[in-house]
Design a protein around this ligand. Structure first.
Ligand code: SF4
Length: 673
């Protein structure tokens, strides 16, 4: 029996653990107490993380139209189909679960072989608003502090982030900050576990009204002279524009729109502005709106106004959800960025032509995630399940069925794979070597611990073999993940000083930017200047705009979707873990008891929730944790798919769909069953 050190494959807290291995099988998880991030603790997902590895549903052989075949047959067919495709008709959907090496190759394949920038990954649905909001204000959409430093904050604003359920490892560190006296302000329309476990002050805005509330906080800070004049003078521009944008703001109107009592907003503003180290953490609760990028600009404005940025334990920090959610963006799986966030354009294309020794790289921005689904004839989806994660799943199914050729590469037959012409069996996280980059830009090494089942192969091997079949063996002559990482170091300046050798010795990874081998890495960003053209933080005002689809007489309730502690994203892994499905096996619709009473619905009865897109039969869960008129449903479950209901309206600045607000009606199912 061996104890092999590993990193949890789930959330971006990136907890360390030991996998207990006997005769090539992982039998359990044991605490890895010396790992600094979690000191031996794991949440319920992490302690059961190994159970899907040898699940009987694992894909073991390539499938063409459902029939098993050899790798040579499957890849020859895919290569033949891909060869004749116009670049604009080809699209790739990547994942935040794949390794950096695999994400890097995926975008290189799209650009260098298919000559297209139509490459995206799941961040379009969680943090595209971050890039559009933090880009203009501080120049970079990344977490600015190390998660190890969160307990140095003496005020934390948790904006639309349910850390207790979605990032339990990080919640633990916030609890530690609280034990040291930090105050925690939670912004959430629901009374979440985070509100109950960590919140000192709960601001409960009406869904989609965050921008009104944040503008109110800015106005209050200015009115009370709580802003940091020295920081503003030295490190920012645009202060006067921000000031005049809130000059006419009526605080009574802020209270009316948001539904939050003014004294509470004043209290929150005073705690944050008065802190020594104020820290904002935020996630999908505030990004998944048609005004998501405006919400993030306003959060950045708050941080710049108070000077709570550029020091350990401060900043305006996006909580990316997946284990390598940061890494796949760093590697360039984005329609407008080559690796290292080099913006798509002629100069960047020439730069990578030289680095990769190729010609005719695309220089125009590619299609975004939903445009790939809706308009590409040939789609290559790797480690991603849009049938469960994209809005309006009925529309997604129609679009994918209407595509001419769909290839899915994954470890299970997901709802998306069921629609595919070709399914390619990939490996799980400890069945291959590689690196991941977690929430705080921390690059960590993942070791191969067990063999994959059957003929499953690492994603990097599959992409390499496919490129070779398409006549690109010279540019894709890789034999190992290590070799790919060496190329990443040459192409992504932020990773230049990070090597496998260094990562193998590091206690818990290395934070990029790390420009040279003798550089220690950068836990805190923007200590002296921001990533903008002039190095200053730019105040960018943003006015409140209402959500796209508000309740009306036909659809009188607001629905918001999200996650629960027992499950992970589209449920393809946790849905195959008995101990987690034993806790929760299907979705529920959380509804206020007063609303349920009016509708004649009892707790646990089945209801039909209907939006303008479709309907779902789901069990009602009566709870005062949601206010009257508001409902919540988790999106992990294929049998009760929340995204049948959600709205495709999006933020024009970043094409982020508004998952957090849509209008539904609710009826009791026949006999409530
Ligand atoms: Fe895994 Fe996140 Fe749980 Fe840690 S907190 S064990 S990384 S799911």
């Amino acid at each position: 029996m061996r104890y092999e050190p590993a990193i949890c494959p789930y959330c971006t807290s990136g907890c360390g653990m030991y996998l207990v291995v006997e005769e090539g099988r992982v039998l359990g998880v044991e605490p890895r107490k010396e790992y600094p991030l979690n000191e031996g603790k794991t949440c319920i997902k992490g302690s059961n993380a190994y159970k899907f590895l040898d699940h009987p549903d694992r894909l073991r052989r390539p499938l063409v139209k459902g029939k098993a075949c050899s790798w040579d047959e499957a890849l020859s067919l895919v290569a033949e189909k891909f060869r004749g495709i116009e670049p604009g008709q080809f699209g790739v959907l990547g994942s935040g679960k794949t390794s950096n090496e695999e994400s890097y190759l995926l975008q290189k394949f799209t650009r260098a072989v298919m000559l297209s920038n139509n490459v995206e990954y799941c961040a379009r649905f969680c943090h595209s608003a971050t890039v559009a909001g933090l880009g203009p204000t501080i120049g970079s959409g990344v977490m600015q502090t190390s998660q190890l430093d969160l307990d140095r904050a003496d005020c934390l604003i948790l904006a639309g982030v349910n850390v207790s359920e979605n990032f339990p490892g990080i919640a633990r560190r916030i609890r530690r900050a609280r034990e040291r006296g930090a105050k925690v302000v939670v912004l959430d329309p629901r009374v979440t576990l985070t509100v109950k476990n960590l919140g000192d002050l709960h601001l409960q805005p009406a869904p989609g009204t965050d921008a009104a509330l944040l503008n109110g906080m800015i106005r209050i800070i200015l009115d009370r002279n709580l802003h940091n004049r020295e920081f503003i003078a030295e490190r920012t521009t645009g202060f006067d524009e921000l000031k005049s944008s809130v000059l006419e703001l009526n605080l009574a109107e802020v209270q009316r729109i948001s539904g939050v009592d003014l004294p509470k907003i004043e209290h929150a503003a005073a705690i944050y502005a008065g802190a020594k180290a104020g820290c904002i953490l935020y996630d999908e609760g505030i990004t998944q709106h048609v005004s998501g990028s405006d919400n993030i600009k306003l959060l950045a404005d708050l941080a710049l106004l108070t000077g709570h940025i550029g020091r350990p334990g401060t900043g305006v920090n996006p909580m990316r959800g997946q284990i390598s959610g940061e890494g796949s963006g760093d590697m360039g799986c984005v329609n407008v960025f080559y690796p290292g966030f080099k913006r798509v354009g002629p100069e960047t294309a020439r730069h990578f032509e030289q680095l990769w020794g190729v010609q005719n790289l695309p220089a125009e921005p590619g299609k975004s995630y939903m445009d790939i689904i809706n308009s590409c004839k040939t789609i290559y989806a790797v480690g991603v399940n849009p049938m469960m994660s994209a809005p309006d799943s009925t529309g997604v199914k129609k679009a994918l069925q209407g595509s001419e050729f769909l290839v899915v590469q994954d470890i299970f037959m997901t709802e998306t794979a069921e629609l595919a012409d070709v399914v390619l069996p990939a490996t799980a996280w400890v069945e291959r070597e590689g690196t991941h980059t977690g929430v705080d830009r921390r690059v960590v090494k993942i070791e191969k611990i067990v063999e994959p089942p059957g003929e499953a192969r690492p994603d990097w091997w599959i992409i390499t073999e496919l490129a070779k079949k398409m006549g690109h063996g010279r540019e894709f002559g890789y034999d190992s993940a290590r070799q790919i990482f060496e190329e990443i170091r040459r192409c992504v300046p932020q990773y230049a000083g990070i090597s496998y050798g260094r990562l193998e010795k590091a206690a818990s990874g290395i934070h990029w930017p790390c420009p040279s081998e003798d550089h220690p890495g950068t836990p805190t960003m923007f200590t002296e200047k921001f990533n903008t053209s002039d190095g200053k933080g730019h105040f960018v005002p943003a006015a409140y705009r209402p959500p796209a689809e508000l309740p009306d007489a036909d659809y009188p309730f607001v629905l918001s979707t999200g996650r629960v502690i027992f499950h992970y994203h589209t449920g393809s892994l946790t849905g195959r873990t008995d101990s987690l499905t034993g806790e929760l096996a299907e979705a529920f619709l959380q509804i206020n008891p007063a609303d349920a009473d009016t509708l004649g619905i009892h707790d646990g009865e089945r209801v039909i929730a209907t939006s303008r897109r479709g309907e779902v039969r789901v069990k009602a869960r009566l709870s005062r944790d949601v206010p009257a008129g508001f409902t919540f449903m988790p999106f992990h479950f294929a049998g009760t798919p929340a995204n049948v209901l959600t709205n495709t309206s999006y933020d024009p600045a970043c094409k982020m769909p508004e998952f957090k607000v849509c209008a539904i009606k609710i009826e009791k199912a026949e006999n409530g069953r």
